[in-house]
Design a protein around this ligand. Structure first.
Ligand SMILES: Nc1ncnc2c1ncn2[C@@H]1O[C@H](COP(=O)(O)OP(=O)(O)O)[C@@H](O)[C@H]1O
Ligand SMILES: [Mg+2]
Length: 311
């Protein structure tokens, strides 16, 4: 039996963008397939929005190329814009328009009129859970609900590819979960979803991740692949009520790749398993107890910290 390989819907090759001498996006390459939730993970200023804006045909690349649904983003940006859904990081809503007025306005932009508009507006208002709020002004909606409205506005024309730029930034945890459920539903129906976030815990919702730092993709793969990467090093946990002092004492040790506080523990990334004993001795010599020190499975945050420190 042959297994159908999902179509590559988004493809970038050496895609770059400079602003003057500054390189905001530095030769990134990847392929995204239909039905995939592809997470773009990185701190503020890493280049996520700039990359997404190029893929949406909004910002011209300085070099390299990208295709979306077979259209070159630089040569045919209008064809790309018509076929995608783009939820930008800034607000795309007006405070003095209601929920329903927003959906109708965006439907009009995609030239969906008459009965088709009624149908699309009702369908997406329902899907994003806003039917009961149709007459409320966007300006009065809580943050998480505003984001759902913004998402609904990008879906009216049934785009096959969605670019969501930090859709959950500043949103409470319950609303974030609901948002990810919506995204999962869209991907199950076959949409390609490229979604950026700086919340490491959200990475687990993605099938594939690309970690971006200083404009460069420093790793990509499934969340499991990334945690297994040998270059991510060995993660060690030191539980202690003196975790802040321990962090101070070990941060500068030459064999420590990265270290960070996790509640009342310190997480340390080391290049090799052999370094665990060196670390234990160093913690002991600094006068702290190292009894609870043990190797743990790294979180994506640990992996990211280790990759950044060796980048
Ligand atoms: N229009 C612009 N002109 C100059 N610099 C820019 C412009 N847009 C973005 N940058 C810079 O490019 C870098 C990446 O920004 P951005 O893509 O917004 O990152 P992210 O979305 O990951 O936070 C930042 O240093 C930012 O200041
Ligand atoms: Mg951004």
């Amino acid at each position: 039996m042959s297994v159908a390989v999902p179509l590559v819907t988004v493809c970038a090759e050496g895609l770059s963008r400079r602003f003057g001498d500054f390189v905001a996006v530095d030769a990134i390459s990847f392929e995204i397939r239909a039905g995939e939730i592809w997470g773009f993970l990185g701190p503020n200023g890493a280049g996520k929005s700039t990359a997404i804006r190029m893929l949406c045909g909004v910002l011209a690349p300085s070099s390299g190329r990208a295709d979306v649904l077979g259209f070159d983003v630089a040569r045919d940006p209008e064809a790309v814009k018509l076929r995608i859904g783009y939820m930008s990081q800034g607000s795309s809503l007006w405070n003095d328009l209601t929920v329903e007025e927003h959906l109708r306005f965006y439907a009009g932009m995609f030239e969906i009129y008459g009965r088709a508009q009624d149908k699309a507006v009702e369908e997406w208002m329902e899907r994003v859970g806003l039917t009961g709020r149709r007459h409320e002004l966007a300006g009065a909606l809580p943050g998480g609900i505003r984001k759902r409205l913004a998402l609904g506005c990008t879906l009216l024309h049934h785009p096959k590819v969605l670019f969501l730029d930090e859709p959950t930034a500043g949103v409470d945890p319950v609303s974030r979960r609901e948002f990810w459920d919506l995204i999962a539903g869209l991907a199950e129906e076959g949409a390609t979803v490229m979604v950026s976030t700086h919340y490491m815990d959200e990475a687990e919702h993605c099938n594939t991740l690309a970690l971006i730092y200083s404009g460069r993709i420093i790793a990509q793969g499934t969340p499991e692949d990334l945690k297994r990467r040998p270059s991510a090093g060995i993660t060690v946990e030191i539980p202690s009520h003196q975790s802040v002092a321990i962090l101070d004492a070990i941060g500068a040790l030459p064999f420590v790749l990265s270290s960070a506080l996790y509640g009342s523990s310190v997480h340390v990334t080391l290049p090799r398993r052999e370094d665990i004993d060196r670390l234990r001795r160093a913690v002991d010599e600094s006068g702290f107890g190292a009894e609870g020190l043990s190797e743990i499975a790294p979180s994506l945050e640990d992996v990211f910290a280790a990759l950044v420190s060796s980048a």
